[in-house]
Design a protein around this ligand. Sequence first.
Ligand code: AGV
Ligand code: CA
Length: 315
Amino acid sequence: NLPQKLSVLFDHDGSADDFLSLLLLLTMDAVDLQGICITPADCYAEQAVETTWKLLQLTQRPAIPVSVGDCHGVNAFPAAWRAKPRILNALPALLNLDPAPTPLDARPSAVFLRDALAQATQPVTLLLTGPCTNLVQALDLDPSIAGNIARVVWMGGAVDVEGNVRTYNHDGSAEWNVFWDPAAAARLLAYQLPLTLIPLDVTNTVPVSKAFLQSLARHMAHPWANLAGQFWATTVDTIPAYEYTYFMWDVLATSYLAIPEAFRLERVELRVVASGPSAGRTQRQPGCEQWVQVATQVDQAAFYAYVLQQFTQSA
Ligand code: AGV
Ligand code: CA
């Protein structure tokens, strides 16, 4: 008997580390990627679709369906961040690939997700590396799909640490993926699915370090190491007005699918602040009965070693 693969649906929002997550996911032999949804949050959808398709071509997976979400966060990402990944499509490794090799799935991501989950023949793991709006819309369309969700793994939140939102009229306590659509996040928690959060508490411990990039660059003869190194190089000028460091955010959440044993989790009762100066804050609230698994620590060395191994393995 072959061990059963993990059936995965991936919803990303088009920032550089979302694509590094996609590349990492596509290197995982134990993952069967069923479809990709794009949330137009930390990206412009058109560019994000193009990069997604190009990565699927490079990794010889052209049949994986791609859909775009019909959703708008109440708190938009800075335009400079959204436009930034456009540079990825101009890198020599991607520039000459077909920008639109297949049609986009005609359904908005919420409908795509609902259908994919309704038709699933085994429980599906949802990996979210942007806001959770598409999934919440899908659950609203048909709450019974919850029965086919094995687990939701979401890069989002800041539980016992400061957030990373630095904007007018905000106290800085929220993480961006939650802040984009706080109401959706609040509803996701209320759905009480098996949910594992990979919040800033743990992503803060894994910066995109120069030492890591140097070890990757030593393997630049390998196509994935080369491409990943170039993607990360586009992030080193992160706008100082907001932050000084780019973190492994989404890549860490993605690695959880393959190396869960490297993480320490805590069961927490959590609520989301819906509005006001702390909008999007994820806060412990004993007694609220919204139980979530929160990653609080990771074995950093094991994580960096895993990513390096995946991007340097022979295809
Ligand atoms: O808050 C982290 C989330 C992750 O999903 N994103 C980036 C990752 O894809 C928002 C974000 C925070 N700081 C950023 C972000 C920055 N300096 N540039 C772009 N996006
Ligand atoms: Ca993201």
